[in-house]
Design a protein around this ligand. Structure first.
Ligand code: B1M
Length: 222
């Protein structure tokens, strides 16, 4: 029963089934979508981590299909919408309820890049770990990061990039920030990145996962 529900959840993300009233995909008309199934899974006692894993699995399947030419941009978009509808129910589970904040983390997806699911997951996890999070959204240009640093002295900056083509924009942002604020801490992450790339562009740290980002942040305030 549990695995059936989680499997259905993965399928909803893969096929872009947002909720019951969503007409897409036509073969799933009238069926529960990621919205309802995530709620049901959590209510039935399945852990938030397991639910998240099933949602991410759906994204990974659609990504592989896209790579193989078997799915298209609108399919990825619908999958992202389905995933976001599920993630909305997960948000409270990521919040530990801690009142005192450890610091401020300003995060954004670099300019030229519209992918926000991973960035949102990092934001949620960091917030749940007791940090104040300022989310600048997607397609964020250097100026916006610079003014966020001025508004939030002592903050840590987080940069996310999902495209190999926007890794260069990340480098440009790090360069601009460092030229104005040489001591600014900057964390970077995103699927195409690596520790070597992070070192090359002069970021303070790289993490492939939200949990790793939390560990790096906590180490900065220990
Ligand atoms: Co895009 N897309 N996409 N896409 N898309 C990828 C990334 C791609 C790998 C698909 C593929 O070819 N298999 C490919 C990139 C290839 C490359 O550059 N190497 C790709 C492409 C090519 C494109 C377009 C160019 C397609 C086109 O138009 N021809 C276009 C670009 C648009 C743009 O940004 N300018 C495009 C568009 C889109 C949509 C808008 C349709 C949609 C995004 C919607 C949205 O985000 N709201 C989309 C999607 C959904 C994907 C896939 C399928 C899923 C991405 C995702 O959400 N993954 C993706 C294929 C894939 O990943 N399998 C793909 C799930 C998410 C939880 O993981 O984002 O990796 P991820 O985040 C992880 C870690 O990376 C890390 O933690 C997260 C949680 O574990 N992390 C950090 C991320 N940021 C971090 C920051 C940190 C620390 C960790 O510290 C600061």
């Amino acid at each position: 029963m549990e695995s059936e529900l989680l499997q259905k959840l993965t399928e909803c993300v893969e096929l872009g089934k947002i909720n019951k009233v969503s007409p897409f995909p036509p073969q799933m008309k009238g069926q529960d979508g990621a919205d309802e199934l995530t709620k049901q899974a959590l209510e039935s006692g399945i852990s938030a981590e397991q639910v998240l894993e099933s949602l991410v699995k759906g994204m990974s399947i659609i990504g592989d299909k896209f790579s193989a030419g078997k799915a298209y941009v609108p399919n990825m978009l619908m999958a992202a919408k389905a995933m976001s509808s599920g993630m909305a129910h997960l948000k409270p589970f990521f919040n530990s309820g801690e009142v005192k904040r450890k610091g401020t983390f300003v995060i954004g997806t670099v300019f030229g890049d519209l992918h926000d699911i991973g960035k949102n997951l990092v934001a949620m996890t960091v917030e749940g770990a007791g940090w104040e999070v300022v989310d600048l959204g997607v397609d964020v240009k250097p100026d916006k990061f610079l003014s966020a640093i001025e508004k939030n002295p002592g903050c840590v900056i987080g940069l996310s990039a999902l495209l190999t083509t926007t890794m260069g924009n990340m480098e440009m942002i790090v360069k601009e920030i460092k030229s104005k604020f040489p001591a600014q801490e900057i964390l970077v992450g995103g699927a195409p990145l690596s520790q070597a790339f992070s070192d090359k562009i002069g970021a303070s740290g790289y993490s492939p996962s939200p949990q790793g980002a939390v560990a790096l942040l906590n180490r900065m305030v220990e």
